[in-house]
Design a protein around this ligand. Structure first.
Ligand code: ATP
Ligand code: MG
Length: 258
């Protein structure tokens, strides 16, 4: 990340360049699967069409997710490599407000990557705790990072992709899974869980299958979620098809920005 210091804050692509640098560094450290960059690039393209900002419809979806996580019996935030690197801190903060665990759950599961991601989240926890005191510090330190135990199973999936934590995803009624894969999203919905996703592609299977889809960049969305959680929102009758159409409308309006 050392070369990022050379980019002035006024550079219009700064946020995007910083995100890329974080992923490159994390990849070198062995935190990411080989396909992580491809997934990120696909997300970037959609974000460009969105004008790289959170639109009103996405804000409503973030609020809806915050509300559903707050009233859930057993909520969990599932994190993969990309989301840990890009929005780990924001997710820990959100989990500390909800009072829920974070589960590291990755598509291409290896013991090495699991351990590295859990350690990365544990050290982010320490870092946030050291910047705060009192109740905030205590609730941040209380966020449990699950995943290593691998004692649960997602019924409907096979092989390593079905592995999860019993205390986390297996027993959860509401799961926030930023950047989930279509197959797993379908399996979790089929189990009767509410699946809340963050996906820049409104046409992905994940986006179309989820209970609530936030079509926004994961670090922006999670940052806003931490703020909205403090407003104690309540769940509504949610029309997820509408939010997908809204995102496509914003993208279609990109021609007005030329
Ligand atoms: P699906 O499995 O749902 O059918 P897919 O196979 O097309 O979708 P994947 O490669 O499984 O896509 O997942 C990557 C998804 O994550 C893409 O839809 C991409 O737009 C999205 N994405 C990538 N980076 C980000 C980010 N930083 N914030 C939000 N979404 C992102
Ligand atoms: Mg996929």
């Amino acid at each position: 990340m050392s070369d990022m210091g050379e980019i002035p804050d006024s550079h219009p692509r700064k946020a995007s360049l910083v995100a890329r640098a974080k992923l490159v560094e994390a990849s070198k450290q062995g935190l990411l699967a080989d396909s992580a960059m491809i997934a990120h690039g696909r997300g970037e393209a959609f974000d460009y069409l969105l004008g790289e900002k959170t639109n009103e419809s996405a804000k409503s979806a973030i609020k809806e997710c915050a509300a559903r996580l707050l009233v859930a019996k057993s909520p969990v935030i599932s994190m993969n490599g990309n989301t840990t690197v890009l929005a780990g801190r924001q997710a820990i903060l959100a989990a500390s407000i909800i009072g829920c665990p974070i589960e590291v759950n990755i598509y291409y599961r290896t013991p090495e990557r699991m351990e590295k991601l859990i350690m990365a989240l544990e050290s982010m926890k320490e870092e946030i705790a050291s910047e705060n005191d009192g109740e905030t510090k205590a609730s941040v330190m209380a966020v449990e990072i699950l995943g290593a135990e691998a004692d649960g199973n997602i019924v409907g999936l096979e092989g390593p992709r079905s592995i999860c934590s019993k205390k986390g995803i297996e027993s959860a009624d509401v799961v926030l899974v930023p950047l989930e894969d279509g197959d797993r999203c379908e399996a979790l919905v089929a189990l009767g869980k509410q699946v809340l996703v963050i996906d820049l592609n409104p046409l992905s299977r994940t986006a179309r299958t989820a209970t609530v889809t936030i079509v926004d960049e994961v670090s922006r969305a999670m940052e806003i979620m931490s703020k909205l959680l403090l407003e104690n929102p309540t769940p509504t009758d949610w029309d997820n098809q509408q939010t997908l159409r809204d995102a496509l409308d914003v993208m279609a309006d990109a021609s007005t920005r030329i």
